[in-house]
Design a protein around this ligand. Sequence first.
Ligand SMILES: NC(=O)c1ccc[n+]([C@@H]2O[C@H](COP(=O)([O-])OP(=O)(O)OC[C@H]3O[C@@H](n4cnc5c(N)ncnc54)[C@H](O)[C@@H]3O)[C@@H](O)[C@H]2O)c1
Length: 256
Amino acid sequence: MPKENRLAGKVAIITGAASGIGEATVTLFTQQGCKVVANDIPGSPLEDCHGNNPDVVCIAKDVTDEDAPDALIGAAIDNFGRLDILFNNAGVCPPEPILEQSPGQWEHVLDVNVGSINRLTLAAVPHLQASGNGRVINTGSIQSQIAGETLTAYTTSKHAVAGLTKQQALELGPMGITANFIQPGFVVTGISKGYTDQMTAEEKDEFEAYWANKAPVGRLGQPIDIANGALFLSLDSSNFVNGIGLKIDGGATMRL
Ligand SMILES: NC(=O)c1ccc[n+]([C@@H]2O[C@H](COP(=O)([O-])OP(=O)(O)OC[C@H]3O[C@@H](n4cnc5c(N)ncnc54)[C@H](O)[C@@H]3O)[C@@H](O)[C@H]2O)c1
């Protein structure tokens, strides 16, 4: 895609950037003139994804590490001199029925999916305020509103993302920072594969067909569909959009 410039001069941090939604968003944002600190866990294919992109600095770090906020925000300031957009996108979704939760799983999912958002955002606030048009974008889910089989900790964490984002929107708004969360439906990525891999081939086909047919647009989501939502929320012209959950699910969850 040719370079456009809708994010010219902006600097973003994007977590969970070695796969799926985060990977697509890094590519889209740099095509729009943004400089990006791309983050994912050590051992992920982060460098393979973005190492050749001159507008990207890759930081392999677990977002739950105590020093993750300093490492990521430091990378933005040291390399690019500012921070305008924080896209808290990293997430995990280990499927576990409510009666079969393994020790520590609840804490892990809550810490990756929501605790890290709180810590990273707090550390980013001075820089987002200095931006004059600061953006916090958190990845929630349609599970921010509904429940799903085997998604005990995940559903809980994504409801918490909704609550945290609204609180951020309320308290950071006066500082010139908006906060919104994106609610993807079924998107074809590593996480959704992990979820459907627990199924038989027939169950997987049935599950995917169910979600594709439930969406009036008649298909499953792709990472770029969500990246485009993150782009919209990042634009200066979106600065009156604050505290919303932007559902991007092809219309699947608007009907029974
Ligand atoms: N794919 C879907 O259907 C769907 C639906 C709703 C919400 N989401 C959300 O979208 C976000 C992105 O997921 P995706 O669908 O692109 O899946 P994905 O698995 O393709 O990408 C998620 C990335 O997050 C990274 N990650 C996980 N734990 C991390 C940690 N502790 N520190 C840093 N990085 C970490 C993973 O390594 C992975 O590269 C997640 O928050 C997920 O919950 C996805």
